[in-house]
Design a protein around this ligand. Structure first.
Ligand code: MG
Ligand code: ZN
Length: 216
């Protein structure tokens, strides 16, 4: 039996949501309406985020990347936590609704690409176009874009001890089937509402400290 950690990226490994930061900096004002439509669920994440990226001219690709790489802050304790998971022999996967052009460079040297699941942005056209390599399978009708439950069905073995770390509604479905949930932000209130056991955290130091006291 092995232990498998599934960890969100935006707002979990990083302090902020990077898609929001990117749009705030580079998109024309229309993005706000799209974001609000996603938040009040009149647009699916795939449609809303897809349309937001469609507002970004491809020829600024280098600036988008440079902006995010210079502004992204990792949540304290992440690198140490990653080393602990390695020394314990845990499998560690990043499952993210973020985009490869910033997720991969930020994690470079820490997490190998085979353990990163995220969306892809194609900058070959006039505007950015998101492709969705991990869209919903037959068991999900949410039009997630990056479907975390679908990925979990593919990569989590039923015999694994599953640890889920996240901060938002997109982490909730896999949190439901986790053995241990570390939650911050909106994920805390969602877990509370549905009576799902969880451990609130602010930094990865909190998670490391808690894990020391638990046999997983
Ligand atoms: Mg998140
Ligand atoms: Zn889905």
């Amino acid at each position: 039996m092995s232990t498998h950690v599934i960890c969100d990226f935006d707002g979990t490994i990083t302090e902020e949501d990077n898609i929001i930061a990117l749009m705030r900096q580079f998109a024309p004002p229309d993005w706000v309406e799209l974001k609000d439509a996603v938040l009040n669920q009149t647009l699916s994440i795939r449609e809303g985020v897809g349309q937001m990226f469609g507002l970004l001219p491809s020829d600024q690709e280098v600036r988008y990347r440079e902006f995010l790489l210079s502004t992204i802050t990792l949540r304290p304790g992440f690198i140490e936590f990653l080393q602990e998971t390695q020394s314990h022999g845990f499998r560690f996967d990043v499952v993210s609704g973020g985009m490869d052009f910033f997720v991969h460079p930020i994690l470079e040297g820490h997490v190998v690409p085979e353990h990163i699941y995220c969306n892809h942005v194609d900058f070959s056209g006039e505007t950015a176009r998101v492709t969705w390599p991990h869209s919903c399978d037959a068991y999900c009708s949410n039009d997630c874009g990056c479907c975390k439950p679908t990925i979990a069905r593919q990569i989590v073995s039923p015999t694994d001890t599953l640890i889920v770390i996240g901060d938002s509604v997109t982490d909730f479905e896999i949190a439901k089937r986790a053995d241990v949930v570390y939650a911050r932000g909106q994920l805390i209130s969602l877990c509370e509402t549905e009576g799902i056991q969880h451990i609130p955290f602010e930094t990865f130091h909190d998670i490391s400290a808690h894990l020391k006291g638990v046999r997983v």
